[in-house]
Design a protein around this ligand. Sequence first.
Ligand code: KIV
Ligand code: ZN
Length: 393
Amino acid sequence: MLEPNQIVFFDTTLRDGEQSPGCTMHHDEKLRLAHQLRDLGVDIIEAGFAIASEGDFHAVQTIAREVKGTRIASLARCKREDIEAAGRAVQPAASNRVHVFLASSDLHLEAKLKITREQALDQTAESVRFARTFVDDVEFSTEDGTRTDPEFLVKMITVAVQAGASTINIPDTVGYTTPAEYEAIFRMVKQRVPGIENVVLSAHCHDDLGMAVANSLAAIQGGARQVECTITGIGERAGNAALEEIAAAIMVRRDRFPYTHHIKMDQLYPTSKLLAEFISFGVSPNKAVVGANAFAHESGIHQHGVLANPLTYEIMTPESVGVAHTNLVLGKHSGRRALADRLEKLGYGLTREQLDDVYHRFTELADRKKAIYDQDILGLLQPNKSIPVETVP
Ligand code: KIV
Ligand code: ZN
């Protein structure tokens, strides 16, 4: 049973993340990442879509057998063969889950599945009941839930709860909703679905409009207690809500989000690095929390502030998310303070006149060269070879 303010982190990097372009991972990479996700403290790892291929089935099964200390889930459509594959694949895990989904919006029911609402309700009940024959823990997702008629959403969720689902996920499958709308959906479902107090509500957001994390946090405020997310936000199209951003928002804005969770914050950066080794693109430098520039400062005003007190321009410490230190990048926007700081770290203490002289040559170089390395800085000292090592006052 969850504490009232506990947030469950459900990581779907190995399923929703892995199924996006450039993110395919091999069996051993998936296993290594699953171990790291466990070390990060995620409560549930969605290890794959067992019916998708033999490889997926084996990856889920191996993870279920070898990764202890977390719950292992597999996705399934409302089809007997999917549910059976998912149920068999997660069977070796001490804690497991089958995650069944069915579209709920009229658009998906008519255009994609070509079934009526009545048929969708029947499939929901039948599939959740069948999944329960494999595992005690069944999650049901209303795909495209945010574009679903609210009356029908309530009906479908009611049927899933009555059939034995213990987590109900309302995905924003196409990243369409806004924070206020999404929060309202959760409040409405909490008010209207009988027996919902015995069920965990879950958010699953895509980032098509750049609102996946904001929507996930809004869902929490509306009553969701599980968030589905991926490392660095990889996932279909523009991606999923980024796990590290949700966790960092809860850490930094405890005043707005007074929730507990099991994420070990200093494992965020190492986990993002490991994922980047396996997929075919790196973490964008300006990525929140774990990007190379997340704790880097080049402008003189910011460098001056950070040297005086990091809180001036950093809302969390780099160490709190597993990054070694703040990085003062020397470039054409940098000031004397940062240059003097770097020179001291390199073992050179300059008088004020010497620093002025070196700084002048530094700005000339920085106008011509995009990246300035320590060797470049040392090169600037050449005309001042006789500089004594003393600290600038
Ligand atoms: O985005 C989505 O709707 C999904 C479901 C399968 C949960 O990924
Ligand atoms: Zn998704």
